[in-house]
Write a protein that binds this ligand. Structure first.
Ligand SMILES: [Zn+2]
Length: 271
């Protein structure tokens, strides 16, 4: 049940022309949760107002707007509970993230971090450009039924508008210095501010091991569009309880419940 999972980190250090190439091989130990992607949610409007509870909550998303019907009729939806014995992906993935500046924006449902210069990855020969990173607390994906404190979605889009999302789970543990500038920017979005995070490489936010589960799913927010390629990292990152609280103090409970796996197979995408 062990598939080799390979993600290549190719971090380019801006200004020096120095490139680093590291090959990271992941190996299945336990199952990891999948991460759903969240595109920028629709804002405002008499129809299409959605939330995470009550009459406009996830059970009713498909009824709220004609464009949201996939939320209730889709059969390849996200998030999912990843079976604990699921294999890791063997698809070649390259991260070409560079040192960049970012801007944080509160969408009303989460806080997104947008890059101010293009950041790219390549999955199975297809290049995707980073759109934004945002969080859910607690996690949306579960692994073997286990939920995590938070889940981060690194959303990427190809020239053909296909989406690939890297999902990162977070557990409570040690203070995470790499994440500090990002988490500091989250509460700073209150009051309509859009703080910048400067000199950040997205790769620094990822765990050392990039072994991941892959599956074909959907956005986890309306309109719940399918055809999203999910790469859920098996290894969670650690954040301190204070860092987690900083996230939750701005948005919490913004997690869609898991959806049925149906006939999808983990790490066998493009079926
Ligand atoms: Zn999301």
């Amino acid at each position: 049940m062990h598939n080799t999972s390979l993600i290549t980190r190719r971090s380019v250090i801006t200004g020096s022309g120095v490139g680093l190439l590291a090959m990271i091989t992941g190996c299945t130990n336990t199952a990891g949760p999948d991460d759903p992607a969240t595109a920028s949610p629709p804002q405002g409007g008499a129809s299409g107002e959605w939330s995470y509870e009550g009459a406009s909550g996830p059970q009713h998303w498909g009824e709220l707007d004609d464009e949201f019907t996939t939320c209730s009729t889709g059969t390849a939806q996200s998030p999912i509970d990843v079976p604990s014995n699921a294999p890791l992906s063997s698809s070649p993935t390259t991260l070409d993230y560079t040192v960049a500046d970012f801007q944080a924006r509160d969408t009303g449902h989460t806080v997104e971090l947008h890059a101010l210069s293009p950041q790219r990855i390549t999955v199975d020969g297809t290049q995707y450009t980073f759109k934004q990173m945002h969080y859910h607390a607690p996690s949306e994906h579960t692994v073997g039924g286990t939920s995590y404190e938070a889940e981060f979605h690194f959303v990427h889009q190809s020239d053909d508008d296909a989406l690939a999302v890297i999902g990162v789970l977070a557990t409570a543990g040690k203070d995470n210095a790499a994440w500090s500038p990002v988490i500091d920017a989250v509460p700073a979005t209150r009051g309509g501010n859009s703080p910048e995070v400067t000199g950040l490489t997205l790769t620094s936010l990822l765990p050392d091991s990039l072994g991941h589960y892959a599956y074909d799913g959907s956005l986890t927010t309306p309109p719940c569009s399918e055809g999203v390629r999910w790469l859920l990292l098996q290894t969670p990152i650690e954040l301190s309880t204070g860092q987690i609280e900083d996230l939750r103090s701005v948005h919490s409970g913004n997690n869609r419940p898991t959806r049925p796996l149906n006939n999808r197979k983990i790490s066998q995408t493009g079926q």
